[in-house]
Design a protein around this ligand. Structure first.
Ligand code: MN
Length: 245
């Protein structure tokens, strides 16, 4: 099954579908429009409409809603969920806001192995990203051919640098890094003399050259693969608190 947060018309969604072409039945389900930055939000106080369109099913809701609709509304139990290919990186603390990652996590919550895939830059490199993804999924050992590579109770978060295939230096297993964004809030004036704001920001300078960190790996031209788990418990702190009691 293919899902995303950029909406049903996103080129990355079509690219994912193409990767799976000829590999079995593929179900496409996506938000009707752009839902990036929605994280794991679900729609509780509005109806959710499901429509069948040319590209696949659309949902008037969030990425997490899409997975819920597919599993509980349409009765699908796919072997694998691919979420993406997101238009933009999901590195470091981005994963806390990411609808792409949340859709994959929702898949795992429903007992389905799930992978989030993001292209860290210009969409012109989608063909290179799909080629990489095909290798990661179907080569020996790939995530599809070797299901034991998939984490239990977690997702695989893949970030692909926006580079031509031949310039990608390899694949690294990484942990989440931290990068501060600059100019997060853009204050603007409307034609009636009021003001409004746009959230955004540009990524700040990386202060590390540690290739074990996802942000650094992608920055240096490597594909980054980070396993993420559902259980957010901070076990070391739990131990510390218990000892203080
Ligand atoms: Mn997105």
């Amino acid at each position: 099954m293919v899902v995303n947060d950029d909406g049903i018309t996103a080129p990355g969604l079509a690219a994912l579908k193409e990767v799976l072409e000829g590999r079995g039945e593929v179900v496409v389900i996506a938000p009707q429009d752009q839902h990036s930055g929605m994280s794991h939000a679900i729609t509780l106080y509005q109806p959710i409409r499901l429509r069948k369109q040319e590209q696949g099913y659309t949902v008037t809701g969030t990425p997490a809603d899409c997975v819920k609709m597919a599993v509980h509304g349409l009765g699908y139990k796919p072997d694998l969920i691919l979420s993406g290919i997101n238009n933009g990186a999901n590195l470091g603390m981005d994963v806390l806001y990411s609808g792409t990652v949340a859709a994959a996590l929702e898949g795992v919550l429903n007992g389905i192995p799930s992978i989030a895939v993001s292209l860290c830059g210009a969409l012109e490199f989608l063909p290179s990203a799909t080629q990489i993804l095909e290798e990661l999924l179907f080569a020996e050992p790939g995530f599809v051919n070797k299901p034991e590579l998939m984490p239990q109770g977690g997702v695989i978060n893949i970030n692909i640098p926006a580079l031509p295939r031949e310039n990608i230096r390899g694949v690294l297993f990484t942990s989440l890094g931290v990068r501060r964004y600059e100019g997060i809030l853009d204050r603007r004036s409307d034609p009636r003399g009021g003001c409004y704001y746009w959230l955004g920001g540009t990524p700040g300078i990386l202060e590390s050259d540690d290739l074990d960190i996802d942000l650094v790996a992608v920055d240096q031209g490597y594909v980054s693969i980070t396993p993420l788990k559902l259980d957010l418990t901070y076990y070391e702190e739990l131990e510390r608190l218990r000892k203080q009691k």
